[in-house]
Ligand binder design. Structure first.
Ligand code: SF4
Length: 275
């Protein structure tokens, strides 16, 4: 393991590569205790990743390989800084009074929070004890790993549903769609609040049938408070280049406002609350 690093404030757009070179592979990573974990960065003033003012903690490790990912430097645990959960919790405590007074809380994103299940559960449970609202942003791919105790630490799940079509999903993420849908159904069954997020990538995920499939799947779920359409952007493109990864989207443009509006309207037409 690398030396315990200081958890410095940083942007989600900072490039982090090889900070903890001795970290295990995320595929086989078992994190029962979660006393230590791998963190990419954190932001202290998001108003976008859940209600109110949020601290957003970006953890390392993800099993998907989304072709448009703007944080490919979170894919591997070795690219995160090895820190103790207590160190993160202590830092969060500094912000807790402000977060409480602004009706906000903690969102854990990544990467994929459920790669480091024990680590993120410890931090979420501590946030709850501080009286903070808690959320994770997840693809849901590892949802089967999360037991009821884990879900009880969450007030909200930001669930990325990248496609309704298994082939498109495999094409853009390299993995299967079914675990995400299964996780969504489980959250619906227990009434856990969810904001569904859909990344709109022109030429890849914008097909009306694809959008309609997600809309029809989500519309009957009373626990889904919002569907958020997230337009593709190029902010992470420099990371793909710096990491010498093949980037499919060098020539993909951000969606035109008309396209974004068409997709939002499709969700609304199906009965979803969308923005
Ligand atoms: S799930 Fe998120 S972090 Fe993982 S590859 Fe996809 S966009 Fe990147």
């Amino acid at each position: 393991m690398s030396q315990l690093g200081n958890l410095e404030a940083g942007s989600r757009h900072d490039l982090h590569v090889g900070v903890s070179p001795d970290a295990p592979d995320e595929d086989a990573f078992a994190d029962a205790n979660g006393v230590f974990g791998y963190v990419h960065s954190y932001e202290t003033s998001s108003r976008y990743d859940g209600p109110g003012l949020r601290v957003v903690l970006f953890v390392s490790g993800c099993l998907l390989r989304c072709s448009y990912c703007h944080n490919p430097d979170t894919w591997h645990l070795k690219d995160g800084t090895y820190v103790s959960a207590q160190q993160v919790i202590d830092r969060l405590g500094d912000f807790a009074p402000a977060l409480r007074s602004l009706d906000g809380g903690l969102t854990i994103s990544g990467g994929e929070p459920m790669v480091q299940l024990g680590f993120t559960r410890r931090i979420l449970a501590a946030a709850k004890q501080m009286g903070l609202h808690t959320a994770i942003e997840t693809s849901g791919y590892l949802g089967d790993r999360a037991d009821d105790r884990y879900l009880s630490c969450l007030d909200l799940v930001l669930l990325d549903i990248k496609s309704s079509n298994p082939e498109t999903y495999r094409n853009v993420t390299g993995r299967e769609l079914a675990p995400t849908l299964r996780f969504a159904e489980r959250l619906a069954a227990i009434g856990k609040p969810v904001w569904v997020r859909f990344t709109l990538v022109p030429g890849f995920t914008d097909d009306p049938t694809n959008v309609d499939g997600i809309a029809r799947f989500v519309a009957p779920m009373k626990n889904v408070e919002w569907v958020e359409v997230q337009p593709f952007h190029q902010l992470g493109a420099f990371k793909w280049k710096a990491m010498k990864l093949e980037y499919k989207h060098a020539n993909t443009s951000a969606p035109a406002p008309e396209l974004t509006n068409r997709v939002i309207d499709q969700f609304k037409a199906a009965g979803c609350r969308a923005r």
